[in-house]
Every structure is written in structure tokens, then in C-alpha cells.
Design a protein around this ligand. Structure first.
Ligand SMILES: NC(=O)c1ccc[n+]([C@@H]2O[C@H](COP(=O)([O-])OP(=O)(O)OC[C@H]3O[C@@H](n4cnc5c(N)ncnc54)[C@H](OP(=O)(O)O)[C@@H]3O)[C@@H](O)[C@H]2O)c1
Length: 335
């Protein structure tokens, strides 16, 4: 079978197409024929050795996200059967409840080998069934970005209809958060780098858009749009460079979901205290969250937003497209 590895993890050009024998499922494992994959910002960090403590293991198979068909099962498999359409979970070994320490080290395409291969073995406990109305490429967008957005909005204090959600930018996580908040009956304010992307955000259900290049003090625009109150939730993907403004854009007692590391900077903790804001660290989510999310996606017949699909043989181009950051939603690799 064909698969990709990162022999040195020194950049996108290091992504190497290679061959290996097809894997054979052992007890409790299923073998998947992968039909599509998707990229996350994290995959750029993995490819350049900037992800996690100790960097990227040489020779790693990249990517956490993909969708595939069960083509063989090992002994004692009960949760899946041949022909099932499934996605592996981002973190292997986190079925539900609070995050399990060991599972944090077993993230696909990070701590352990990922899914950018034609065939993949997965433990039967670490997969979810795909919403029936989604095609392979749509389903491949779900494991990291969508589950992260779901966890941010529904993983702790659950978003209520009528509340306001601020999403930063129009990348994978933020567009899913926009879509989930919209179907939950919340009001969404989106920021972005361009009017064209903001028009897309509005078409997807954002009530308001703020161009953060034209309005660098965008937290004030959020306060103005909420009658001086601020947003109930902020889906914070920007990192230290945007966090002070995200805290200022949150209402007193509001929640900021800490997700991203796109920018660097210094944080003054005093406004967090003065505004009684809760900062909640998010690391993707459990299988239970993935399953709850899939029920909502199925009920609302929600469709992930795909920006562009690249062929398997052009995976490097997909990485470069993500790096260019012209996308809205998800960058996908098709079989
Ligand atoms: N903690 C977790 O579990 C978890 C899970 C998934 C992702 N993440 C992190 O979340 C971040 C986003 O990931 P992703 O996969 O959604 O990335 P992505 O698809 O590459 O999206 C990045 C987008 O963020 C926007 N952006 C960039 N700089 C910004 C800034 N200064 N202010 C506001 N928006 C900015 C841009 O959209 P516009 O041009 O529209 O502004 C850009 O296209 C990354 O740091 C990633 O590592 C964390």
C-alpha cells in the first residue's frame, strides 16, 4: 500500500510517499481502507517538528483525520463490521469523561502514527460511525477540528439558545464552531482577515462579521455589537497574540475556550480576574463527544465546509494550501 512518512520532519518537502505491506488486524482491531483525509493547522507544526514536547518522531506517518471503510476485522471485534463507514478518533484511548493522561500521548499523527496511508489499523474502541448523509471527504474533516469546536461549546457549561458566540477567523475549527453555534440557536459574531471571507461566514449563519485587519481593536466592535456586554463564549484559536482582546471581548462571567497557538505574545492575567472570565483549555475531545456531535450533525443534516480537495499523490500541495491560509473551512485529501 501507499503511505506518507516524515523522515526528518524538517518541512513540507520532507513529506515522502512510500510503500509498505498492508497491515493485518489483531485482536480487537479493524482494518480501514481510507477514502479521504483532512488537514489541521497542527499538521503543519508536526511537519516542521514544532508540535509537542520533543518534536516529531522521525519517520512518523502524519495526520489525525480521515474516513474509511472497514475491510477486515480481528478476533473479538464487536463495535464494527465489514462495510462500516468510520472515522478513527483523534486521541486513541479516550472513550469519554475527563481527558485520560495516557490518551494525550496517543494522538494520531502526533504521539503515534497517523492515518495518511491507504490502509490503517484502529482499535475498535477508538472509532466512530460516520453520519450517513456525509460523503467520505466531508466525514474526513470531523475528528480534530469539529470535535474541538463541539467540545468548546458543549463540553462543559453548554451553550444556550440566544447566547452570543465569537469565533476568530474562518479556519477549520472556527467554521465548525460557527455552524454548531448557529444550529444551537446562538448568535454568532465572526472575525476574519478579509471582507470576502466574512461574506462566506455570513452565508454560513454568522449574524455579524468584523474585519480584524480593518478594525485592529476588534474587541471594541464585539462590545458594541452586544450592547456593551460582550460575548458569552469566545472560541479562541489565535493564541497569546489574540487572547487579551478575546478576554476583553467576553462578557463578565463569560467563557473563553483556549484552543489555538497561531500567534505569540504576553498575557496580563488581571483582566481575567476582573472580568470573572473562565478560560477553559481544550484538547480536541473524547469519543463520546464525537458521537454526540455526530448525532447533531445527522439531525440537522449539517455539512462540513470544504475549501479544496487535493489528490492523494499531491498531499504536499494540500499542506502548502493550508499554510497559505487563503482557505475557509477545511483542506481535504481525496483517495
Ligand atoms: N487545542 C486543540 O485541541 C486544537 C484543536 C484544533 C486546532 N487547534 C489550534 O487551533 C488553531 C486553528 O486551527 P485550524 O486547524 O482551525 O487552523 P486553520 O484551518 O489553518 O485556520 C487558521 C485561520 O485562522 C485565522 N487566523 C490566523 N491568524 C489569526 C489572527 N491573528 N486572528 C484571528 N484569526 C486568525 C485565519 O483565518 P482568517 O483569514 O479568516 O482570519 C486562518 O485561515 C491552531 O493554532 C491549531 O493548532 C487546537
Amino acid at each position: 500500500m501507499r503511505l506518507y512518512r516524515l523522515p526528518k520532519a524538517e518541512g513540507i518537502d520532507d513529506l515522502t510517499l512510500t510503500e509498505a505491506p498492508e497491515p493485518v488486524p489483531q485482536r480487537g482491531q479493524v482494518k480501514l481502507r481510507m477514502h479521504a483525509w483532512s488537514l489541521n493547522y497542527r499538521d503543519l507544526m508536526v511537519a516542521t517538528g514544532r508540535y509537542g514536547v520533543g518534536g516529531t518522531r522521525p519517520g512518523l506517518i502524519p495526520l489525525s483525520d480521515g474516513a474509511g471503510e472497514v475491510v477486515a476485522v480481528g478476533p473479538d471485534v464487536r463495535r464494527a463490521a465489514i462495510g462500516d463507514r468510520v472515522c478513527p478518533t483523534f486521541m486513541q484511548g479516550w472513550p469519554g469523561g475527563e481527558v485520560i493522561a495516557e490518551a494525550r500521548r496517543r494522538a494520531l499523527g502526533g504521539g503515534i502514527d497517523g492515518v495518511l496511508a491507504e490502509f490503517v489499523l484502529v482499535d475498535e474502541d477508538d472509532l466512530v460511525h460516520i453520519p450517513p448523509h456525509l460523503d467520505w471527504q466531508e466525514a474526513a474533516t470531523l475528528p480534530c477540528a469539529a470535535v474541538t469546536a463541539w467540545n468548546a461549546l458543549f463540553g462543559a457549561r453548554r451553550l444556550q439558545p440566544g447566547e452570543t458566540v465569537l469565533v476568530l477567523g474562518t479556519g477549520g475549527v472556527s467554521v465548525f464552531a460557527l455552524q454548531f453555534a448557529h444550529i444551537a440557536g446562538a448568535r454568532v459574531i465572526a472575525t476574519s482577515s478579509s471582507p470576502a471571507k466574512l461574506a462566506r461566514a455570513r452565508a454560513l449563519g454568522a449574524a455579524e462579521g468584523i474585519d480584524y485587519r480593518a478594525q485592529p481593536e476588534w474587541q471594541e466592535a464585539v462590545r458594541d455589537l452586544t450592547g456593551g456586554r460582550g460575548a458569552d463564549y469566545v472560541v479562541e484559536v489565535g493564541g497569546a497574540g489574540t487572547l487579551p482582546r478575546s478576554i476583553a471581548a467576553a462578557r463578565i462571567g463569560g467563557e473563553v475556550a483556549l484552543i489555538g497557538v497561531l500567534t505569540g505574545g504576553q498575557i496580563d492575567p488581571a483582566p481575567i480576574m476582573r472580568r470573572n472570565v473562565t478560560l477553559r483549555g481544550i484538547f480536541v475531545g473524547s469519543r463520546e463527544m464525537f458521537e454526540a456531535m455526530n448525532r447533531a450533525i445527522t439531525l440537522h443534516r449539517m455539512r462540513p465546509v470544504i475549501d479544496h480537495v487535493f489528490p492523494f499523490a499531491a498531499a504536499r500541495d494540500a499542506y502548502r494550501h493550508l499554510e497559505g491560509a487563503s482557505h475557509v473551512g477545511k483542506v481535504v485529501i481525496g483517495a
